[in-house]
Design a protein around this ligand. Sequence first.
Ligand SMILES: [Fe+2]
Length: 207
Amino acid sequence: MIEGFSFSGEAVDAVRSDIQRDGFAYIRHSIPSAILAWLRLECVQVKAAAKRAEGSGELAYRSSLAPLGDFGKKILKEQAFSEVLELIFGRSFEYCEDASCYTYYDEGDFLDPHLDGADNCEVTLLLYLDASEPGPDPGASGLYLTLYGSDGESETKAIETAAEGMMIGYGSRVMHGRKRLAAGEHIWMLTACFTSGGDEVELSSAD
Ligand SMILES: [Fe+2]
């Protein structure tokens, strides 16, 4: 098995408190380099076969999606599950393969405010694999995950999106979205969904 995810006790505490306060936490430089390299490779390999995903109804969005390959699935099932989710939330989760994929946002792509479906995506894990530099203004750049109040209109926070980091949180409870990506911007990520497995696991610090 290649080097896994690893967090200091301090980092775990900070993530837990961010999730408690905002519903989401961003953990910068948290994808181990070997995992990042292999996921990037797979993400780039399957991009040619990615399908446009576009909606203009109740939820407006535009991006491209491709199914995970063997490596992406393996990381989610064998490592992210135990080394990230159980560690942070202190309970077990089930990985929803149907709701997990590689997601590509390029110039002009966006995702309007929404909640993820609690039945297959109680907790969301976004592994940011490749991204351009975010512009300084969160209102004019798609390289931020914007969090909203329950009305879906008042913006409560914009969390920078940078490669090598991960976002984790209650996508089913806190409205979130991504503004339209500006010229030259891109963010390619692994988007994974989990639901509660129900079993409590012992809460502990990572180190
Ligand atoms: Fe979402």
